[in-house]
Design a protein around this ligand. Structure first.
Ligand SMILES: Cc1cc2nc3c(=O)[nH]c(=O)nc-3n(C[C@H](O)[C@H](O)[C@H](O)COP(=O)(O)OP(=O)(O)OC[C@H]3O[C@@H](n4cnc5c(N)ncnc54)[C@H](O)[C@@H]3O)c2cc1C
Length: 265
């Protein structure tokens, strides 16, 4: 039998838009337990075909070269073999056009270790948590909520999610369900390109921070009271970091704990 480097199988692929999908995979062997918010690495060989909805990439990749990229895990932290990812296609990219061409039953490679310090574990007990994302930067928060919403009843949790159109708001119904079930959870989706049918917030996340949407539901913008998590578009990360800087927030690192946690892609 021919050797294959692949060690996982696609078990579901949910297309939210032609360039946005939820990909569920099952690894052949169990992984060690991970912490909500961490990421792993996915790979496909250069020989795998690209999706029809992509453009040729400038760089040529050899057929036998493994293309690897990191992806935040959206699954709950008790999963050891079934992993969910929330992925946007970079049409000219190397890996995502190949991932978007996979179907149920397709094989792929997944690293057997899981990494990252973008986890709730660094948040001292009793602090409220605000999770800010654009696009697929939402993935680690889905893991946070699936893993921890039940054992964080005593604090307030919020997700602020920025996207362009309503159909770009992955996990909308799951987040609305959590919001209607847990009175300590607040969901603020905001759209840049909505039409009049969208009943929710419009504009940039920063505008809603300025308009004090968080304070109106009881959050305090104070590093001693509330931890912020940022993941997604670098411009959003920079401008929300600048906003929080004015309130005395400092970035959390392994060496120096802080109340501002950033996942840079
Ligand atoms: C810790 C970590 C976690 C990550 N988690 C996720 C995740 O959950 N979901 C997800 O979709 N991605 C995630 N990423 C990004 C991912 O690793 C890849 O960079 C991305 O999927 C593009 O890969 P590619 O091979 O298709 O494009 P590449 O060939 O690597 O990139 C092509 C070019 O596109 C640019 N580019 C990269 N991402 C985007 C983008 N989103 N939109 C426009 N241009 C882009 C790059 O700067 C590069 O110049 C994560 C990255 C890190 C480091």
């Amino acid at each position: 039998m021919e050797f294959s480097p692949y060690n996982a199988t696609v078990i579901a692929k949910i297309m939210l838009t032609p360039d946005l999908c939820i990909l569920r995979i099952r690894t052949d062997d169990p992984h060690p337990l991970f912490k909500a918010g961490q990421f792993t690495t996915i790979g496909l060989l250069g020989q795998e075909p690209r999706s029809q909805n992509s453009v040729p990439s400038v760089e040529r990749i050899a057929d036998n070269e493994m293309i690897v990229r990191s992806y935040s895990i959206a699954s709950a932290n008790h999963q050891t073999q079934n992993f969910e990812f929330y992925i946007s296609q970079v049409k000219s990219g190397q890996l995502t056009p190949r991932l978007f061409n996979l179907t149920v039953g397709s094989r792929l490679w997944v690293r057997d270790t899981i990494h990252g310090i973008f986890t709730l574990n660094n948040t001292p007990e009793g602090r409220d948590i605000v999770m800010v994302a654009t696009g697929t930067g939402l993935a680690p928060y889905i893991s946070f909520l699936r893993s921890h919403i039940n054992d964080h009843r005593e604090i307030k949790l919020a997700v602020m999610h920025g996207a362009a159109y309503p159909w770009d708001l992955g996990y909308l119904s799951e987040l609305e369900f959590i919001s209607s079930t847990f009175e300590n959870f607040f969901y603020f989706p905001t759209l840049l390109k909505s039409d009049d049918n969208w009943p929710g917030l419009r504009g940039y996340i920063e505008e809603h921070l300025d308009a004090q949407v968080l304070q109106k539901v009881g959050f305090q913008i104070d590093p001693e009271k509330t931890h912020f998590f940022l993941c997604g578009n670098p411009k959003m990360v920079t401008s929300v970091s600048n906003y929080l800087d004015k309130f005395g927030y400092t970035r959390h690192t392994k060496a120096k704990p802080g109340s501002l946690h950033i996942e840079s892609w």
